[in-house]
Ligand binder design. Structure first.
Ligand code: AKB
Length: 337
């Protein structure tokens, strides 16, 4: 039985991933600063209340447990990060560093490779202006890597840290620490989940609209109607992480992959929400800072490398995400008819 460590279980991706890993018979150890919600606590073999930026706390987990794979989800998101960039850098970068170091030491001691799966983000990109954004359309992994947020900067830094730890860590040292960590990373688009309402992100207008509509609430959208970025159904996001972790190593040609569900404007999400909740009312009340962040994110990403290397294909397109996944589940959640 494989043992996985998941950090940041209370975040958006944690819930879906835990349920899927549990169904696949993984033993799950989780770490978070918040206690797990009832809905997922039953799936955990062990829970550590731990701030990953605390090195001693992270080391303690690795003293107690041995891992085959780490899914490092804990992160302060793009809007939250701008409120306290120092804290975001500490949690996002130092936290990742602590985990990479502890995992490398464990792998060295046990002479066993540990997989390290890291969700990065479209926030790693920084398009210079709207003209370029609409011209370029699908961004490739190595283009426009000039993020404007501390979140994007920390994601990009951690992608490179992971790659460094797996290939060149302490390259002048006397012990060979290469290939102890098998680091694999995806850049996620905005995510849409019926189970969790995100907080502190900038793609949050998508899920916030949906949850407002389902609860019969009005909504003020903080970006322009035409703002366009890629999104993905949360069910696909959990699959992405598991599929990437299970992909044969010799098929992987890169350490970071774009993944994408569908690319839609804020207005298209509004119209789709209204189709299922006809009484839903929304107005646009632009927040210039959050708009600026979204304007630097690509309209869409080129995920051909993920398709080619590990057969990535989303299960849900825009229509199916709503009709077959979000709407039935969210109606159940809020007892909406
Ligand atoms: C955010 O909005 O910060 C995140 C992301 C796109 O990574 N949801």
């Amino acid at each position: 039985m494989l043992q996985a460590l998941i950090t940041g279980i209370s975040g958006e991706v944690g819930h879906g991933l835990i349920k899927k890993l549990h169904a696949q018979k993984y033993k799950i150890v989780a770490a978070d600063i918040k206690d797990p919600e009832k809905e997922i606590s039953g799936f955990l073999d062990k829970f550590y209340k731990c701030d990953i930026s605390n090195k001693n706390g992270v080391e303690k987990i690795f003293e107690d447990q041995k891992f085959d794979v780490i899914f490092h989800l804990a992160s302060i998101l793009s809007t939250g990060g701008e409120k306290n960039p120092e804290l975001a850098a500490k949690v996002n970068i130092e936290g990742t560093l602590n985990l990479l170091e502890a995992a490398t030491n464990q792998a060295l001691k046990d002479k066993k490779i540990i997989k390290f799966i890291f969700p990065s983000s479209i926030a790693a990109y920084g398009l210079p202006d709207l003209k370029e954004k609409s011209k370029i359309k699908k961004v490739k992994e190595d283009q426009f890597l000039s993020p404007i947020t501390i979140y994007g900067i920390s994601k990009l830094a951690c992608e490179n840290l992971g790659n460094y730890f797996s290939k060149n860590y302490k390259l002048l040292g006397d012990i060979n620490r290469n290939n102890l960590i098998d680091f694999r990373c995806v850049r996620f688009p905005g995510l849409l989940s019926p189970d969790t309402i995100p907080s502190g992100g900038t793609s949050d207008y998508g899920p916030e609209m949906l949850h407002a509509g389902a609860q019969g609430k009005d909504y003020e959208c903080f970006v322009r109607a035409k703002s366009k970025i890629p999104f993905m159904a949360m069910a696909d996001a959990a699959d992405v992480l598991i599929d990437l972790s299970e992909a044969p190593k010799n098929k992987l040609t890169r350490f970071v992959y774009n993944v994408h569900g569908f690319s839609v404007t804020a207005e298209e999400i509004y119209r789709m929400t209204k189709k299922f909740f006809p009484k839903f009312k929304m107005i646009y009340k632009i927040n210039p800072e959050r708009q600026r962040i979204v304007d630097t994110w690509p309209e869409d990403v080129d995920d051909s490398a993920a398709q080619k290397d590990w057969d990535w294909k989303p299960q849900y397109d825009f229509g199916k995400t709503f009709s077959e996944y979000l709407i039935p589940k969210i109606k159940e959640r809020y007892h909406t008819r």
